[in-house]
Write a protein that binds this ligand. Sequence first.
Ligand code: NAG
Length: 130
Amino acid sequence: MRYFIKLCWVLGIIYNAEGSRPVSESGLPRIIHHPSDVVVRVGSPATLSCRAEGNPKPTIQWLRNGQPLDTEKMDAHSQPVVLPEGSLFFFSVVLGRKSQSHEAVYACVARNSAGVATSRNASLHIAEPG
Ligand SMILES: *[C@@H]1O[C@H](CO)[C@@H](O)[C@H](O)[C@H]1NC(C)=O
């Protein structure tokens, strides 16, 4: 009997722990690090920062001049990559045709099942050589 009471007591603790687990908050994505404007020389690397939190962990997508950045349509050698924490990294900044040039206005979009958050716009300017 004592064991039974003890068992109930233990189960009660477990049950309460489960019950009092914080009810998952809305979990809306929130941008906690916005990208800043950058000026880069042609051929130099560049990073546009973005960090977001939310529950579940938001996925990050980037906009280029307001349009989703479709890295698959860009030349392989000039494709920027989205780093695991959300920043956009350019190995080598190029000044190309309008659709290929890296000189543009960028923003990151954090999205999860609870909603969407968009960062401020950050411009990437290419410095004149010399
Ligand atoms: C950011 O830039 C894009 C493209 O120029 C524009 O459509 C959008 O309205 C801008 N967003 C903000 C918050 O300024």
